[in-house]
Design a protein around this ligand. Structure first.
Ligand SMILES: Nc1ncnc2c1ncn2[C@@H]1O[C@H](COP(=O)(O)OP(=O)(O)OP(=O)(O)O)[C@@H](O)[C@H]1O
Ligand SMILES: [Mg+2]
Length: 251
């Protein structure tokens, strides 16, 4: 296995509460995998540590062989880590196109280190349009972001992350608040994006059809600890996981 991301005993407390506790796992380059677990298990807090929004109290996070534990979010993004949020985080008054174009321009600035130019703006526009097409949002390019339906706003957030050209993409509950039909479409879209953009994809999700439908590996967090890690079939049958989270309905 060629790991792209390695967590070693990542630990974080808020006050007396250990929110992530000695979490260790490795993510294989090019894989698609999921993190599941009850509300408050520490899933989002783990993403916040991977992406530099929070510093772990203890432990180590290694991305492509480099220790990123104490780097800033900006430095981590520049190395190719992308993220879409549990609560969407775009500019609501700007157009759909502009939201993604800003991300594309920001990536160009990170890599080219040139002054802003007309050609750079054109490149960013082309790239933003191709991302919108991949997401099926191209017809809505000129609408203000706040006008989009909830499901499309979630996709826009993914589009902004893609504009930064990530090697690895973290999605925090990409199907939350969606109808069953939208969830199915989004599940298929995530799988398509994973292949089309050559991503390593790690997602947090409560929708078990999405998790068991597209994840190659599933990790279960409970009370800040990694309770289990395995193939969808192994996780489905794991008695501890069933007791802690899955219940009987998905058997
Ligand atoms: N900044 C913070 N300060 C204090 N406590 C926090 C902070 N962020 C999260 N917590 C607490 O940490 C615990 C884990 O929260 P987290 O958001 O990581 O859970 P989660 O697994 O993502 O849950 P959900 O499935 O509901 O999104 C919760 O008890 C939460 O209240
Ligand atoms: Mg969360």
């Amino acid at each position: 296995m060629q790991p792209i991301l390695e967590l070693d005993a990542v630990t974080k407390s808020f006050g007396g509460l250990r929110v992530t506790s000695g979490v260790s796992f490795s993510i294989e380059k090019g894989s698609i995998s999921a993190i599941i677990g009850p509300n408050g298990a520490g899933k989002t807090t783990l993403f916040n540590q991977i992406t530099g929004y929070l510093n772990p109290d203890h432990g180590r996070i290694v991305f492509e062989g480099e220790d990123i534990t104490r780097l800033s979010t900006r430095e981590i993004v520049a190395r190719g880590m992308g993220r879409a949020f549990q609560v969407t985080s775009f500019f609501p008054e700007e157009t759909v196109l502009d939201n993604i174009r800003v991300a594309c321009l920001s990536r160009l600035n990170m890599t080219r280190k040139t002054m802003k130019s007309v050609s750079e703006f054109t490149d960013a526009t082309d790239k933003a349009f191709s991302i919108l097409e991949s997401l099926g949002l191209d017809k809505q390019a000129d609408r203000q972001a706040f006008e989009l339906a909830h499901g499309d706003q979630k996709l826009l957030d993914i589009g902004i992350a893609l504009g930064l050209e990530p090697k690895m993409l973290l999605l925090d509950e990409p199907t939350s608040g969606m109808s069953p039909e939208e969830r199915l479409l989004t599940r298929n879209l995530i799988q398509k994006l994973w292949k089309e953009f050559n991503l390593t994809l790690l997602f947090i999700e409560h929708d078990m059809d999405t998790v068991f439908g597209i994840a190659q590996t599933v990790r279960v967090l409970q009370m800040g600890r990694l309770l289990a890690e395995g193939s969808p079939e192994e996780i489905r049958r794991n008695p501890e996981v069933i007791t802690a989270y899955l219940g009987e309905e998905v058997l």
